[in-house]
Design a protein around this ligand. Structure first.
Ligand SMILES: [Zn+2]
Length: 205
């Protein structure tokens, strides 16, 4: 049975988030989300990691179809969505995916929800709500991301801002490297950081 959870635009209008299955794209979303769910099963059967899958789609074609690789890679950050972003960038040989969508089998955790906008992906469709994963023992910090609570991931973490001298040394790096960074990241990849380029052009002139 197809269930309507919710759908809508991100509050800043830059990332559209849809919980399957909604609106006129229902069948298309269902098809790609089903692929992400297949990846969940595949990943568990292979012993690669937890039951999470993610698919990156471009122009109605699957770019990559990935699952959680935490155990296989001995890497706690190898979640399905992060893995999919990494693999899609490698495959397309670029560091932005603004013409792509991502289908995640489950509501993304804060790390993945950070990686998705960094890659400039403009649309996220997810299937399961965080509670479904939490119910079988996965970290409850998953629930922080889309809800913007920031509660669980900070609950057991000490956070310390460096003292003044440490902060100064670290912050000087930006000023000292800005010309090189501008040429490497901005000039060479103008289409990626259009807004940054505009800001940097005025600050460097
Ligand atoms: Zn994640």
């Amino acid at each position: 049975m197809k269930t309507l959870f919710n759908s809508g635009e991100g509050t800043d209008g830059t990332l559209s988030i849809a919980s399957a299955f909604a609106g006129h794209q229902e069948d298309r979303d269902h098809k790609f989300l089903t692929k992400a769910v297949e990846e969940e099963y595949k990943g568990v059967e292979c012993g690669h990691g937890g039951p999470f899958g993610a698919v990156v789609v471009r122009s109605d074609e699957i770019v990559v179809s990935c699952h959680n690789m935490v155990l296989k890679n001995t890497d706690p950050t190898a979640h399905a969505e992060v893995t999919a972003v990494r693999e899609a960038c490698k495959k397309l040989k670029r560091i932005e995916l603004s013409d792509c969508e991502i289908y995640a089998s489950c509501e993304p955790c804060p790390m993945c929800f950070g990686a998705i906008p960094l890659s400039r992906i403009k649309r996220l469709v997810y299937g399961a709500k965080a509670e479904a994963a939490i119910a079988i023992g996965f970290d409850d910090f998953i629930a922080d991301a889309l809800r913007g609570t920031g509660y669980y991931q900070k609950a057991n973490l000490e956070i310390k801002k460096a003292d003044v001298s440490g902060a100064v040394i670290a912050e000087q790096v930006f000023e000292k490297t800005k010309v090189q960074v501008y040429h490497v990241l901005i000039v060479d990849r103008i289409e990626i950081y259009g807004c940054m380029r505009q800001n940097w052009s005025s600050s460097l002139s």
